[in-house]
Design a binder for this molecule. Structure first.
Ligand code: XMP
Length: 430
């Protein structure tokens, strides 16, 4: 471990990540651990320079008052308490500390070095992955999303051809998305990449299915089945790479005594396919994952890609999916993204996409009545995707996008703009 570390012990505060982030921003690595960590577990963490006991207003977890094991006070680490503290800590505070107070603790009391950066982090992870994996093999489901792409790049750096990536194209990807996964990982990074075009299989299973939950379930379980079939064809794989990131772990709760080990993107694999997990991003916040991807040489377009739901365009081709409407969603989405990029909105707007409902409206084209689909544009801003507001798009940009969709996308005679915030509307339509 090349970085010094400050450990934050979660004693029921809601501010753990805020404090963890602020210390990382000072260039010092932090990890949040549960309040009941044992002295032995703590000693196993490398380069710990100090501990913050973070209790917030009270030290209550799940309605029960908590404290750390008394033996931790004897471990000899400098400690700071943020709550109604015990007398045993060197520093006590009852509000979220100002930056100079945190800096005083981290640098003057703990003598931590500001040596947390992506280069060191990657070197550390590469070393750890090599130690964990040895000369064995790792399998990774590479969707092309930010997290799985960064994990792939990290694993390629660490173990090269001992990694096999499987990219399942479920036929619900955006335009050119699978192609760019192949271009970057196979052609540029020379990864072992198995590309599975499962379009027909997915569309077959989805035929006539209009219930959104049912659609999601089919896409999810079919994905696991395809991945499983590929995994069974390979021999001697012991590990599964996972794009678990820090918020996944924190959401699983340090607060409930034990950290949950992992979030499974490919959960649900059958029992006899037993893998050990490799999760090199599990200590990173989302923006740090992006920095890591850039440092590993991934293209910015891949690293700064907007969020895209697992079921892909399947939940944007509303109701029972048909090929003509799926094409309309894909083509209109491509136009929207192109025009947003030209207008600089791709860097400003959190998420933007098109949907195509499963009903038609009357129009006129070439002096004749037509009965065709509509495209709805949605562009929203949010911090955490729990609530969202709509982007007020410049009228001319909206007009240009509308004109292009009407001229270039088949089977469409109408374009609408969704004005609804979340709540009551969700970001996606299904
Ligand atoms: P909603 O529609 O619930 O979406 O307001 C919130 C955010 O989550 C994304 N989303 C998903 N992401 N798998 C994902 O990885 C999914 O199944 C999924 N469904 C929705 C959505 O795009 C938005 O950013």
């Amino acid at each position: 471990m090349k970085q010094d570390m400050i450990v934050i012990l979660d004693l029921g505060s809601t501010e753990n990540t805020t404090i963890a982030r602020r210390i990382r921003e000072m260039g010092v690595y932090t990890e949040i651990h549960p309040h009941d960590i044992s002295p032995d577990e703590l000693r196993k963490l490398e380069n710990v320079k100090g501990i913050i006991l973070n209790g917030g207003e009270n030290r209550i977890v799940d309605g029960t008052p908590v404290d750390i094991s008394p033996a931790l006070y004897e471990c000899g680490y400098p400690m700071m308490s943020i709550d109604h503290p015990t007398a045993k800590c060197e520093k006590r505070l009852d509000t979220i500390p100002a930056d100079d107070v945190l800096q005083g603790f981290v640098f003057d009391v703990c003598h931590a070095q500001a040596n947390w950066n992506m280069k060191n982090f990657i070197e550390d992870q590469v070393e750890q992955i090599r130690r964990q994996v040895g000369d064995r093999k790792v399998l990774l489901a590479l969707s092309g999303g930010v997290d799985s792409s960064v994990v792939a790049a990290m694993l390629i750096r660490a173990i090269g051809n001992q990694l096999t990536c499987v990219h399942v194209n479920h036929g619900l990807m955006r335009k050119h998305e699978s192609e760019s996964v192949i271009e970057v990982f196979q052609n540029q990074l020379h990864a072992n990449l198995i590309y599975v075009d499962a379009t027909e299989r997915f569309l077959g299973k989805l035929e006539g299915v209009s219930d959104p939950e049912q659609k999601r379930k089919i896409i999810g379980s079919e994905f696991i089945r395809v991945f499983e079939e590929e995994a069974r064809k390979l021999e001697g794989i012991d590990f599964l790479g996972q794009g678990t990131i820090y918020p996944d772990i924190i959401e699983s709760g340090t607060k409930t005594a034990k950290m949950v080990k992992s979030h499974h993107n490919v959960g649900g694999l059958p029992e006899d396919l037993k893998f050990e997990l490799v999760e090199p991003l599990k200590q990173l916040f989302k923006d740090e994952v992006r920095d890591c991807g850039i440092e590993l040489g991934l293209p910015t377009s891949m690293v700064y890609r907007q969020p895209f739901p697992g079921p892909g365009l399947g939940v944007r081709c509303l109701g029972a999916i048909t090929r003509d409407r799926l094409t309309a969603v894909r083509e209109s989405d491509a136009i929207l993204r192109e025009e947003f990029a030209k207008a600089g909105l791709d860097k400003k707007v959190w998420q933007y996409f098109t949907v195509v409902p499963d009903f038609k409206s009357v129009g006129v084209k070439n002096n004749a009545r037509c009965f065709e689909y509509m495209v709805i544009i949605r562009a929203i801003n949010t911090v955490d995707a729990m609530s969202a507001s709509i982007e007020r798009i410049d009228w001319d940009v909206l007009q240009k996008i509308t004109d292009r969709i009407l001229a270039e996308v088949e089977n469409v005679n109408r374009v609408c703009y969704d004005m609804s915030p979340k709540p009551p509307a969700t970001i996606e339509f299904e």
